[in-house]
Design a protein around this ligand. Structure first.
Ligand code: ADP
Length: 370
């Protein structure tokens, strides 16, 4: 009868021409009219659809629930905005299921209430969503592995230096013991060196954990010139290479405000790197130069550390601060990456001088105490 009604109005052609699958459903949930796109979508002819309960277009397991929803909608169609997308599982005559998005609009014709359902097959969108989800899970897993690897590398970096020092102190202690008359004082120094390095390794790990939990890294006000002298002594004592150092430390430099341990670590790392570079480059007259000054226009102190080692190739320059970049057989490649984040966490910057030949020069800034 409804077909007749649409045909009478001459709208049938319009209904069939619609690209979307359209179903006109009566108050009892029967399909009053279906268009060509709907017939193609469900693999049924018009006569196979018209007059059927709309629940025949979905798998058995959803029919009862759908009937309840439909009846609730029939009682109050305006409770849900007409046209709002609703996702359902639809069923083709072949038995194949597919996800569908349905938009509903209530309408009245010939004194009867109908619902116009627009149905979209959203299989490809759902597939895309599933693919995206899989990709996102893969990315999440990769990121977790990356974070775990970085954390492991940072811990390894913190332990590497003290372990190397402990190993060389122990070796020299063993050599002394194997000799004819071990010198008790030198033996004591080697054992004391081991003890100091063990303590430093423990402190490093504690500091690292504190750094990860930034609230536990209080800033102190201190004299950076003094830290430079102490860290330079420490670094030189841990290498066989006899290094000359040249200090140009500004007198009356204002105190800086930063976490002292972070800055000690950064200085030590720059000094170790410089000494190791000169060692591996077999430099005849190795020299470390450290320069401090307060910047004229900003409340910052700048520290510059230079060596006369082999410097860098252009490729090394680009990757220097990348985690895991190392050219050393016993290196981990986290030193500069960690140093940069430590300096930045304290309100400063760490960078490489572009124009430094021969050798390498690093600069870092730190805020002066207000
Ligand atoms: P690691 O010391 O474990 O290699 P770093 O991040 O501290 O890690 O350094 C990364 C790399 O940068 C080093 O392996 C080295 O190749 C290069 N490098 C760092 N400092 C210097 C320097 N002063 N002179 C030459 N190369 C350096």
């Amino acid at each position: 009868m409804e077909n007749g009604f649409f045909d009478q109005l001459g709208f049938r052609w319009l209904f069939d021409a619609a690209a979307d699958a359209l179903l006109l459903i009566d108050a009892e949930g029967r399909i009053a009219l279906s268009n060509t796109a709907a017939q193609e979508m469900f693999g049924r002819s018009g006569s196979q659809l018209d007059g059927q309960s709309v629940e025949c277009l979905m798998p058995q397991r959803f029919r009862l629930h759908h009937r309840e929803l439909r009846q609730a909608y029939g009682r109050d169609p305006h409770r849900r905005t007409a046209g709002l997308g609703l996702e359902l599982v639809a069923l083709k005559s072949s038995g194949e299921e597919f996800p569908a998005e349905i938009s509903l609009s209530p309408l009245h014709a010939n004194g009867q209430a109908f619902t116009l359902a627009t149905v979209h097959n959203i299989s490809s969108r759902k597939q895309l969503e599933r693919d995206l989800l899989v990709k996102r899970r893969e990315m999440d897993a990769l990121q977790k592995v990356h974070v775990a690897a970085q954390t492991a590398a940072v811990i390894a970096h913190e332990l590497n230096q003290p372990l190397l020092a402990i190993s060389s102190y122990s070796k020299s202690a063993l050599l002394m013991l194997d000799g004819n008359s071990p010198n008790p004082e030198r033996l004591r120094q080697a054992v004391a060196g081991c003890e100091l390095q063990t303590r430093r390794a423990g402190e490093s790990i504690r500091e690292l954990l504190a750094f990860l939990n930034m609230s536990e890294c209080p800033a102190e006000i201190f004299d950076i010139n003094r830290e430079i002298r102490e860290m330079l002594d420490t670094a030189c004592a841990e290498h066989h290479l006899q290094v000359d150092s040249h200090l140009e430390l500004e007198l009356d430099l204002p105190p800086v405000k930063a976490n002292r341990t972070h800055i000690q670590k950064t200085l030590l790392n720059l000094f170790h790197n410089g000494i190791e570079a000169m060692e591996s480059g077999r430099i005849a007259d190795p020299m470390l130069t450290v320069h401090t000054r307060s910047l004229p226009d900003e409340p910052l102190v700048q520290v510059s550390v230079a060596d006369n080692g082999p410097g860098f190739s252009p490729d090394q320059r680009k990757r220097l601060f990348d985690p895991f970049f190392t050219t050393k057989s016993s290196g981990i490649g986290m030193g500069l990456a960690i140093s940069r984040s430590l300096v930045e966490a304290n309100g400063g910057h760490l960078w490489l001088e572009n124009d430094c030949l021969p050798g390498a020069q690093f600069h870092l800034t730190l805020p002066v105490s207000p």
